[in-house]
Write a protein that binds this ligand. Sequence first.
Ligand SMILES: C[S@@+](CC[C@H](N)C(=O)[O-])C[C@H]1O[C@@H](n2cnc3c(N)ncnc32)[C@H](O)[C@@H]1O
Length: 249
Amino acid sequence: MGGNEGADRGGTRNGGSDQNEGDALPVPVSNRVVRGTYDRWASLYGSTLARLEHPSKRRAIERLDPAPGSRVLDLGCGPGLTLPDLAERVGKCGSVYALDAVPGMLAESGARLRASAGSGRVSILRGDARQLPLGAGSVDAVVAFDVLELFDRPSLRVVLWEIRRVLAPDGRLCAVTMDRADTDRSRFLRGYEWAYRCVPGFARVGCRPFDVRAAVTEGGFRVERLERSRRGGIWPILTAYCRPHGDSQ
Ligand SMILES: C[S@@+](CC[C@H](N)C(=O)[O-])C[C@H]1O[C@@H](n2cnc3c(N)ncnc32)[C@H](O)[C@@H]1O
């Protein structure tokens, strides 16, 4: 599916609205603009930043430990560095859905998969995190790596609702994100937020720290575990392991 535009129309989602964002900076551009950025930089992102970020995602997958035979959605899979690892873990009887809204990213994922052993278990899907092209209860785990922080609060509510919808009742969400709680004590994140606010064009990447625990709890998840770590010793990130609240299904 390529129909992302409906989710951008008719409202102020990711459009610099005056919605209460907690302490998170507002996302001053639409998700369409953010997608345009990732489309332009897909190849460069895959060979630079995504590589730097990858160890944190490998650790998250290791800890999530998807069972052989399980079905995993990689939401906003980007250039697909995580896909070979996921495919290996779910094994011959499992499946991985690699979903992104950006054609350039999906092309990168496809190219990476062609060189990997478990590629037959991976379905590449073009789709929007706010309108997932998957059935209710159709996956056992969702990984969202550096993706949730792209969305403003109203859009994030929709994304989390969609994740809950596609998860099996005992399913799990694993998210790696920048967390607002780290900003005050991190020079890196203070600098990042300064650049996001002040450097022309920077905010087109969409990502900024937000209150992860509050957002996922409001989105109907129970946080089972939070792990803080630093990429390259300087870039604080939070890995959240969550399950849907039984009463919010
Ligand atoms: C910071 S990158 C992270 C990519 C990947 N998860 C990784 O760990 O390398 C954010 C990704 O979200 C994708 N994205 C942006 N808006 C989206 C949307 N509405 N639905 C699905 N994916 C989206 C971008 O194309 C990009 O690949």
